[in-house]
Design a protein around this ligand. Structure first.
Ligand SMILES: [Zn+2]
Length: 410
């Protein structure tokens, strides 16, 4: 356990890695549980030991503040999350939070005279594993989730986010809001969860855009028939049609490859699903993601038209249902430039890149100038106990984050 202000970042990281640690080495700190609270409480205590102020809001987010010389100026915000998936790793989320804390601790020790206050936010419930809602804490903050939505979203035991918040002592009838004018910038540091940085031997990724999904559900209605008695020419096989459509989805993704768009069929349900019946019904769930809206739409329209011609050719009924579309998020060009000049000056190997996964910062990006910094993930592994990032790379991330905070808060 860390005892005094002399503890190293490694010791700090080690302490948080023990919260929710399971016998097999995985870490389980699910959204809005005692374990997630315990991690926030430890950080709150360590922050108060250093003389920072700490407060929690009713979405379960924790806010830590190092007051600026001019407290009326908008603050520079850093942060990420401390919850995990079941049997997750020690790095996803925690690296960003603890890097933010470490920056504040170092600046405090160095006596850095920040005019703007510096704040660290720990967003609650970032992972969707428990309630099927991703980035809950930051969504509540910016008004994307209201109290009704929190009552409706339930875990597999039937406990809603609303009830979980109450059980932890929060008042979900009095949800917080985000006063954008109180903030100058938001910076999130996160593990990449992909292999690009490792493969290219780079320490920092400066994210330009975060991909967003457009989703559809395809129903195919064929005719169930005896797999022995029904001749090939007489069939309306819903699964064979689905097979062609799945390949068309893949092809649509490949066509937009240069625009970083990807297209996936992640689920296929077949009925009746027995060996001796020609399938009469198939359902496909399609997920198209990218960082360019036009490219996503081109792929999506191509999938829609291919599905309808394949179904028509085979005499199969088709229902193509649009489920959702989200807009890709662009991060702030000025913040990107600041981070890039720091990497150049410090000779930290970096590249500009996109993020396929969503993060809390995408909810704040439309409201406040926002930046996202990646550090490498070994083998791209994440949401897994084998998740790993070298401390050398984390320290490079801390240095870049700290310099960016200095530039922005000076
Ligand atoms: Zn994360």
């Amino acid at each position: 356990m860390v005892k005094d202000a002399e503890y190293s970042f490694e010791q700090l990281f080690e302490d948080f890695s023990k919260i929710g640690l399971e016998r097999d080495g995985g870490i389980t700190r699910l959204a809005y549980t005692r374990e997630e609270e315990q991690a926030k409480l430890l950080l709150k205590k360590l922050s108060e030991d250093l003389g920072f102020t700490a407060r929690k809001d009713n979405a379960g987010n924790l806010w830590i503040r190092k007051e600026g010389l001019d407290p009326d100026l908008p603050a520079v915000l850093v942060g990420s999350h401390l919850d995990t998936v079941p049997q997750g790793g020690a790095y996803d989320g925690a690296v960003g939070v603890l890097a933010g804390f470490e920056c504040m601790r170092q600046l405090d020790r160095e006596g850095f005279p920040n005019r703007h206050s510096i704040e660290l936010v720990v967003f609650a419930g970032e992972e969707s594993s428990r309630f099927n809602i991703a980035t809950a804490g930051s969504k509540i903050l910016v008004g994307k989730l209201d109290v009704e939505a929190l009552k409706a979203a339930k875990d597999n035991k039937g406990i809603s986010v609303y009830r979980a918040l109450k059980q932890l002592g929060y008042d979900p009838d009095d949800l917080p809001g985000f006063a954008a004018e109180d903030y100058k910038a938001f910076l999130e540091l996160h593990v990449e969860q992909n292999v690009i940085l490792e493969r290219e031997k780079l320490q920092i990724g400066i994210v330009e855009r975060i991909a967003a999904p457009t989703r559809a559900r395809i129903e195919l209605h064929g005719v169930e028939a005896h797999s022995g008695a029904c001749p090939m020419g007489e069939r309306h096989d819903a699964l064979a049609a689905a097979a062609e459509i799945i390949l068309a989805v893949e092809k649509a993704g490949y066509k937009e490859k240069d625009h970083h768009t990807v297209a996936t069929v992640g689920r296929c349900t077949v009925r009746p699903g027995v060996m001796n019946v020609v399938p009469g019904y198939t359902e496909l769930l399609v997920d198209v993601r990218g960082v360019e809206k036009e490219s996503i739409l081109r792929a999506y329209e191509e999938i829609r038209s291919s599905a309808s011609s394949i179904a028509e050719k085979r005499g199969i009924g088709l229902i193509f249902e649009h489920l959702s579309s989200e807009n890709p998020v662009e991060l702030d060009p000025e913040i990107i430039n600041i981070i890039e000049s720091i990497c150049k000056e410090k000779e930290v190997p970096y590249k500009r890149m996109n993020s396929g996964a969503g993060h809390d910062c995408m909810n704040l990006a439309p409201l406040v100038p926002t930046g996202l910094i990646f550090v490498p993930s070994k083998g791209g592994i994440s949401h897994n106990k084998n998740e790993f990032t070298d401390f050398g790379d984390i320290h490079a991330g801390i240095e870049v984050l700290k310099e960016a905070v200095k530039v922005l808060s000076a």
